[in-house]
Design a protein around this ligand. Structure first.
Ligand code: PFF
Length: 472
């Protein structure tokens, strides 16, 4: 069965195609919307240092491990675990659940980005002093953000239902480099504003007093979120990877691209933010307020740049959310034998309901809470602060303790034909260091965080999945 599956697997057309797809999944709202505001809320430079440590020690190793598991088994996440050991199916299923929950708020923000593309030409930039209030009013409104979210989700639905993600990947090949160039341009504008230096020192002069258990957990969770790790997405991508490709070097490339975009987003936003005298701790509105403010000061050319920026951000978001939706849809197709269209319509419908709740929780339904948080935060915190990190920990344990070392070595060196000099380092990190490190960070993070009951609820969900592992 597994052999047959393997033969049916198509390979990526080219190395570039694979890298763009994996980087397309990784680079998204996580880098440009989420990373800057988390940095702002968690004190700046110190958060970035902790984040970079998480990326290098944990992220890179887990990315390599996910590629190896995917290519070795030739199967998507749930199947990959199941094919090795049925007691582990739940770890794959946890990934599917994470993808599902992330899609409970991601399209809301994708919708904001879509809306801002249009708002850029309909007067948003004409009144720079009102940009902050406009954002607050917009996301809390009962109808408008819902309409944009539905449009955004519908784009995902059409593409996933037809199984033609290739089209959007083509768009990504043009728009991702565009985003990169635009970020460079914005950085240039941002650092040359009077008063920008304060932003640079906020980014590069770590204030360690701002760091505690919950900051470290936030950095770890963000590393997983941003790199699309801990939920099987990169296992699935690895399963399509050609046997000749060098896995560790591909992992390094994707990680380097993702991290550069995040740091660039920080460099684009903070100097301007300080130059405008705004607050770094303003939360999710950061990119939607600071970037239009930069463009507003530039006249009509600013309008054009703003449209292109939000178009590129929307496409970056799409290449990520497609991979999220695909993880859920692929599970229903592979494991529950559902036709692709049914699976896509069903998941999209449920995601739409979750997103409506998330969007309304920022406005009219702000008083409705479960475990002390609204729907948006519920999905966000549950996935980012617990599911992904635990998903990564489970993967590390699985690879380190339940797969054969020789098999891993064989896979990572393409049967001994390419060199992976750091194999022993990687293996020991995955087997010993990462599981312990994640457990420690999760423990101290949960004790320091305000939403303890939500975190315990998350752990209970994982426990229930583990108990019913064989039924998933
Ligand atoms: N990495 C994406 C981002 O930074 O926006 C989000 C994401 C995509 C997370 C796919 C997880 C995933 F499997």
């Amino acid at each position: 069965m597994q052999q047959a599956e393997k033969k049916q697997r198509e390979n990526w057309g080219s190395r570039f195609g694979f890298l763009m797809a994996a980087a397309g999944s990784a680079v998204g709202l996580g880098n440009i919307w989420r990373f800057p505001y988390l940095t702002g809320e968690n004190g700046g430079g110190a958060f970035i240092v902790v984040y970079l440590i998480c990326i290098v020690v944990v992220g890179l190793s887990i990315m390599t491990a996910e590629f190896a598991v995917g290519r070795r088994t030739g199967l998507a996440a749930v199947g990959a675990y199941k094919s090795q050991n049925k007691n582990w199916t739940f770890a794959g299923a946890l990934g599917v659940l994470s993808g599902f929950f992330i899609m409970g708020f991601y399209p809301v923000v994708g919708g904001w980005s879509l809306a801002y593309m249009v708002k850029s030409v309909t007067g948003l930039l004409a009144a720079p002093e009102a940009i902050g209030d406009v954002f607050g009013g917009f996301i809390g409104a009962p109808v408008e953000p819902l309409a944009w979210m539905i449009v955004y989700l519908a784009i995902n639905l059409v593409i996933v239902a037809k199984g033609i993600a290739g089209g959007i990947e083509k768009a990504g090949k043009v728009l991702m480099p565009t985003l990169f160039v635009l970020l460079l341009f914005i950085i240039f504008r941002s650092v040359s504003l009077p008063g920008a230096a304060a932003g640079l020192s906020f980014l590069f002069k770590p204030d360690w007093s701002a760091v505690n258990g919950s900051t470290v957990l936030a950095a770890l969770g963000q590393a997983f979120f941003s790199l699309s790790l801990g939920m099987g997405c990169m296992i699935t991508y690895g399963s399509y990877l050609n046997k000749k490709e060098n896995l560790p070097s591909n992992a390094l490339t994707v990680v380097a691209m993702d991290t550069s975009v995040a740091i660039m987003a920080g460099l684009a936003i903070f100097p301007a933010l300080f130059a405008f005298g705004m607050e770094p701790t303003q939360g999710p509105g950061l990119v939607f307020v600071v970037v239009p403010s930069i463009f507003a000061a530039m006249g009509s050319i600013g309008t054009l740049f703003s449209v292109i920026f939000f178009a590129a951000l929307t496409v970056a978001a799409l290449t990520s959310s497609l991979s999220l939706m695909e993880v859920v849809v692929a599970y229903l197709i592979d494991e529950k034998s559902m036709p692709r269209k049914t699976a896509t319509y069903l998941t999209s419908a449920i995601m739409a309901v979750m997103c409506v709740l998330s969007s309304l929780s920022l406005g009219v339904m702000s008083k409705v809470t479960v475990f002390g948080v609204g729907a948006f935060d519920f999905f966000d915190i549950l996935t980012d602060k617990i599911f992904l990190a635990i998903g990564g920990m489970l993967l590390a344990i699985f690879v380190g303790w339940f797969m054969k070392k020789e098999d891993l070595k064989d896979e990572l060196t393409n049967g001994g034909t390419v060199k992976f000099g750091l194999f022993e380092v990687w293996y020991n990190l995955v087997k010993f260091v990462i599981p312990v490190a994640i457990a420690v960070v999760a423990y101290f993070g949960i004790t320091a965080i305000a939403q303890k009951s939500l975190m315990i609820f998350g752990l209970l969900i994982i426990l229930v999945l583990a108990i019913f592992s064989k039924k998933l």
